[in-house]
Design a protein around this ligand. Structure first.
Ligand code: AMP
Length: 395
């Protein structure tokens, strides 16, 4: 069985074709600048990479081009588009409507569209991708896999904000959390690796966007992102948690509307805003090593905030058996892993410095000898989570 995984943005569309027998991607790529001049498709399969420059006025044309690339005699991975058995879509928000992945019917699609209020930038783009695939592949089952769904098991005292209760009831104001497929994948991999399901795991998805989750016995108990992905630890360009009163104060000082301040907190803050150098941790490390004190400060703030969540979630779960690092920074940045775990010996968290400095590209145990808490580096695979759910629901 072959599953096409689609992640549609407002002007982009990323894809992977996954062979479910091997659970490996046989082709992957992405369309950029959909609806904008200069659109192109970057496609990789059979060890070949091609760039196809073609006008893509909308997502339907983009999907058509992806299918043509996948079935191409020279750089394709299948002989005809009929080999695609099902399509899995990454959808950012499930609200409280869905608590897991779902086969898309016209009713389901309407419900997903109605969630656009909660994610006005991403949900409509996801819906556009779904509609394009439904139009071009009407006989292939389409499945929605939500970024928020894994967090739907949080208890009410963890997901509620202390604003008047009617704002939760009427307007659905609550913590939702994001990166759910990644937290699910790495917590399952950790359980498999350790051969146990009764685990208290803190999963640290540290990438351009970062979030930490508390996972007890396979279920999410709490997570650091909130109503939107702006909450939690400081990120590449997002502020993370701040005192909400700063929004009005900064707006008045800088003559910005609420919406402009929110864009500022999403796009100009975090590591980029503190360092003035970059949002990329490779650049920050190089600048810090060269003596840039603001780059040093940004890295210290990130590690400190992450460490505080590890401690908080250990307290929330009544202990911690395993700490997982994943995503771009979590998988690659040994300095940040060392900084986050430094001083957590009182919890039983200790890492082996030599192991921490190695990069394996696979599950990697960096626990110090005798360390009580298993510390694991686990490459994430959100696409595989989407493909597995799609295969299961379309059978
Ligand atoms: P992601 O959002 O998971 O793709 O992560 C992207 C981020 O990971 C980049 O912006 C970098 O900050 C970080 N990253 C990727 N590779 C490395 C590396 N080798 N060392 C440190 N940071 C890295």
């Amino acid at each position: 069985m072959k599953v096409l995984v689609i992640n549609a943005g407002s002007s982009s569309l990323k894809y992977q074709l996954i062979d479910m027998q091997t659970e490996k991607a046989v082709a992957k790529g992405g369309c950029e600048r959909i609806g904008i001049e200069g659109s192109f498709l970057k496609h990789k399969a059979n060890g070949k990479e091609v760039i196809i420059e073609k006008a893509m006025p909308d997502h339907k044309v983009a999907v058509q081009l992806v299918l043509e690339a996948l079935a191409d005699k020279d750089h394709g991975a299948i002989s005809s588009m009929n080999e695609i058995d099902a399509v899995g879509h990454r959808v950012v928000h499930s609200g409280e409507e869905f608590t897991g992945s779902v086969l898309i019917t016209p009713e389901v699609l309407k419900k997903i569209e109605a969630l656009s209020d909660l994610a006005p930038l991403h949900e409509p783009a996801n819906v556009t991708g779904i509609k394009a695939c439904m139009a071009i592949m009407p006989s292939a089952p389409q499945v929605a896999v939500f970024d928020t769904a894994f967090h739907s098991t949080m208890p009410d005292y963890a997901y509620m904000y202390a604003v008047p209760y009617e704002d939760y009831k009427c307007y659905k104001v609550r913590r939702y959390g994001f990166h759910g497929s990644s937290h699910l994948f790495v917590s399952q991999e950790a359980a498999k690796y350790l051969g146990r399901n009764d685990l208290k795991i803190v999963t640290c998805h540290l990438g351009n966007g970062s979030s930490i989750s508390a996972v007890k016995n396979g279920k999410c108990m709490d997570t650091s992102m909130g109503f939107t992905p702006l909450a939690g630890v400081p990120m590449g360009t997002r502020s993370g948690d701040i005192d909400p009163a700063i929004i009005e104060y900064l707006g008045a000082k800088k003559n910005m509307s609420v919406s402009e301040v929110l864009t500022y907190l999403n796009k100009k803050s975090g590591m980029l805003g503190i360092s003035g150098v970059s949002s990329d941790f490779r650049d920050l490390s190089a600048a810090s090593e060269a003596g840039n004190d603001r780059a040093r400060l940004a890295l210290d703030m990130f590690a400190y905030a992450t460490k505080k969540y590890v401690g908080a979630y250990a307290a929330a779960m009544g202990g911690i058996d395993c700490l997982v690092f994943t995503a771009g920074i979590g998988e690659n940045d040994s300095f940040i892993r060392a900084k986050v775990t430094e001083g957590l010996e009182f919890l039983g968290v200790e890492i082996d410095k030599e192991e921490n400095n190695k990069r394996t590209g696979d599950i990697h145990d960096i626990t110090a000898k005798g360390g009580k808490v298993k510390v694991l580096v686990i490459p994430t695979n959100e696409e595989l989570v989407i493909a597995r759910d799609t295969a299961r629901l379309s059978e």
